[in-house]
Design a protein around this ligand. Structure first.
Ligand SMILES: NC(=O)c1ccc[n+]([C@@H]2O[C@H](COP(=O)([O-])OP(=O)(O)OC[C@H]3O[C@@H](n4cnc5c(N)ncnc54)[C@H](OP(=O)(O)O)[C@@H]3O)[C@@H](O)[C@H]2O)c1
Length: 287
């Protein structure tokens, strides 16, 4: 697995397996075990996904069986809005560690840029000095919110995880993040299967030149244009397919052609819409 170096010097894999919407506990554990066999080393969960315990359990089993070492794994979780500030951010991370049965986490993100994220960031900064967390970052921070975060931060976020796929390329923002020293990470690298991505003509035609699928071209494009890509499939053959992206490279012309698919707006969630903010702030996690 290729890695990239974050602004605090730690190495992070450039492709990861996400477990959003894998709600069945057995299935989640099975997928994480399979993903490790396939070569995935980065795992992305969140308190809001209700499966941190499954990611932790599968990873611990694979470490115990000698299939992988803990140091080779890169585990990310995210803090939900209701736990921003007043000591709750630290408690949330401590709960995540306990659920996952881990001594430390590699990356902890603020899941959404709403509510008192400033207070939550201060707590993450404290945590990052404690040794419990190797890196801290943001998720879904728009350019304006990321600027606000950088203005108040004592520790610059290592990562900002945002929606990014061929229909929402965010190229200018990605370049800006790079200048800020913040690594962009793409969620929904396959546009959650929407917009006919797996049959898109441009992606399919490019893929045919390399014997690759549209999905593999989309993932490769994401990585080759400087992002860490997150993907999810519960089907073993698709999990294998999604990691087979390191034996070909897109040309600059192909990258430009893919950029032409950009619609300039999100296909999944509109973070600038006040209704989104209200709904997310209302969403309370069960204990
Ligand atoms: N920070 C955030 O707010 C946020 C938001 C969303 C996601 N994420 C993270 O990003 C990860 C990935 O995003 P995502 O899960 O939303 O969506 P995604 O990876 O873009 O797409 C997943 C969909 O694509 C299908 N799929 C995967 N590989 C395929 C292939 N090779 N051919 C055909 N279909 C394929 C999956 O189907 P099957 O499962 O049926 O195979 C699933 O329906 C998440 O799991 C999560 O960790 C973060």
């Amino acid at each position: 697995m290729q890695t990239t170096r974050l602004n605090n010097g730690i190495e992070m894999p450039v492709l990861g397996y996400g477990v959003f919407q894998i709600t069945d506990h057995e299935e989640c554990q099975r997928c994480v075990r399979q993903a490790i066999w396939d070569g995935y080393r980065l795992f992305d969960t969140a308190t809001a996904y209700y499966n941190e315990q499954d990611v932790g359990k599968a990873c611990r089993e694979m470490v115990k069986d000698g299939a992988v070492s803990r140091e080779d794994l890169f585990l990310t979780t995210k803090v939900w809005l209701q736990d921003y500030g007043d000591g709750k951010t630290m408690q949330s991370v401590e709960r995540s560690l306990k659920k996952m049965g881990m001594d430390y986490l590699d990356l902890v993100l603020l899941h959404q840029p709403f509510g008192n994220w400033q207070a939550a960031w201060r707590e993450l900064e404290e945590l990052s000095c404690s040794g419990l967390v190797r890196a801290i970052g943001a998720s879904n921070f728009t350019e304006k919110k990321l600027e606000e975060l950088l203005d108040m931060a004592r520790i610059i976020p290592s990562v900002n995880q945002i929606e990014r796929h061929p229909f929402y390329t965010e190229d200018r923002y990605i370049a800006r993040m790079k200048r800020m020293g913040v690594q962009a990470e793409s969620w929904g690298a396959l546009c959650e299967g929407l917009k006919g991505i797996f049959h898109n003509q441009v992606l399919t035609r490019i893929g045919e030149r390399y014997g690759k699928s549209a999905a593999q071209v989309a993932i490769r494009w994401n990585i080759q244009t400087g992002c860490i890509a997150l993907v999810k499939s519960v089907r073993p053959e698709k999990m294998e397919e999604d990691i087979e992206v390191f034996d070909f490279a897109l040309t600059q012309d192909e990258i430009r052609e893919i950029a032409s698919l950009d619609t300039g707006h999100s296909e999944i969630i509109d973070l600038e819409n006040p209704v989104t903010e209200r709904l997310l702030l209302k969403a309370k996690l069960l204990a």
